[in-house]
Design a protein around this ligand. Structure first.
Ligand SMILES: [Fe+2]
Ligand SMILES: [Fe+2]
Length: 348
């Protein structure tokens, strides 16, 4: 179990949800009453104002009930000033992070400090989802902030997802990442996990697996430049909005060309993952053999992911039904690949 002590529970919902991916998370407020002894929690995260005596007292009480110094303590700081840091140290904090640290970075820091390290397949998958997710967040944030995209940073997300689907299976990966609220984030993780599974099941070499997973991970990087009111609109997009949305393929391609270092396969997938074999796709209206095999593969993963995604306003489509949708697109998709994909997602 993980413990989260907070004096602003309304602002910690996303963090608590993410910590739940690592281990069951109990949230306590500084005003709340603690249960007696808490058996060997994996770690304690405190998001409180340490300079408030009542808050610091709550933390001492909770820590004593939760195994004392044996339980790693991570403090999210309201201030990184000397007084606050000294207070955190006196409480035994192993790590102090600024209070506005992104929740995924906090979760990753928690994973790195857990004692004992969680074991088992669930933990491997949860850890990998946070690691690959952190790469995706970093990528989208860099583009939104006008910073350069780093190939080396992207590549840090490849091995975790391949390990997760290989050891934990696709279904665990899907269940883990479908609990994330942010639609683009969830979608990118789904497509990456599907592409990793498909590449493994197709018998790709390690080098080819990495290439296809890299392409899947960055395939929608251009969405970081789409206004959020269009990107997250729940209903149908109007023609003008749709044109803006569709620009993400060419925009993403340009971002990676300008970043430099990305291989031709990745650039091809980013630009063309909305092309169709009958020439009805975008942005270039490619048809038939002009649509490369890697593009065909990621396009199938992309459409399937969009169908099985979890959204607040609709239930996810069951896998079998989503495969039927793919099978109903013989003019647009490579049917031999769709058949192989169907076997891959059904685990046969
Ligand atoms: Fe896309
Ligand atoms: Fe996509």
């Amino acid at each position: 179990m993980l413990l989260l002590l907070t004096d602003r529970p309304d602002r910690n919902i996303a963090l608590a949800q993410l910590l739940e991916q690592i281990a069951p998370c109990r949230v306590s407020t500084v005003q709340g009453r603690f249960p007696g002894r808490i058996e060997a929690p994996l770690g304690l995260v405190a998001d409180i104002d340490l300079l408030q005596p009542a808050a610091a007292r709550s933390l001492r009480t909770l820590r004593a009930a939760a195994g004392g110094a044996r339980t790693p303590l991570i403090c999210l700081m309201r201030s990184m000033g000397e007084r606050s840091l000294a207070e955190a140290r006196s409480l035994g904090a192993e790590l102090c992070l600024p209070g506005d640290t992104p929740v995924r970075t906090v979760a990753q820091a928690v994973l790195a400090h857990l004692r004992p390290a969680p074991v088992g397949i669930e933990a491997v998958v949860a850890r990998s989802a946070v690691e690959t997710g952190t790469v995706i967040t970093g990528l989208l944030d860099a583009v939104r902030n006008g910073e350069a995209v780093q190939l080396a940073a992207v590549d840090e997300g490849l091995t975790p997802v391949l390990t997760a689907v290989e050891t934990g299976g696709l279904d665990r990966w899907l269940a883990t990442v479908r609990s994330y609220d942010d639609a683009t984030y969830q979608h990118c993780l789904l497509v990456t996990g599907l592409a990793a599974t498909f590449a493994i099941d197709l018998g790709f070499s390690e080098r080819d697996r990495h290439q296809i997973v890299r392409a899947a991970l960055v395939h929608d990087v251009g969405k970081a430049r789409i206004p959020l009111d269009i990107l997250n609109k729940p209903g149908r997009l109007g023609p003008a909005e749709q044109a803006v949305m569709r620009s993400h393929a060419a925009v993403g391609h340009r971002i990676l060309v300008e970043a430099g270092g990305f291989d031709a396969l990745t650039l091809d997938v980013v630009r063309h993952h909305h092309e169709a074999l009958d020439g009805s796709g975008y942005p270039d209206g490619l048809a038939g053999s002009a649509v490369s095999d890697p593009v065909r593969l990621v396009t199938i993963c992309d459409i399937y992911a969009a169908l099985v995604e979890s959204r607040p306003y609709r239930v996810p489509m069951p896998s079998g039904q989503a495969v039927d949708v793919l099978l109903g697109m013989p003019d647009k998709l490579d049917m031999a690949l769709v058949q192989a994909f169907a076997r891959s997602v059904s685990g046969t």
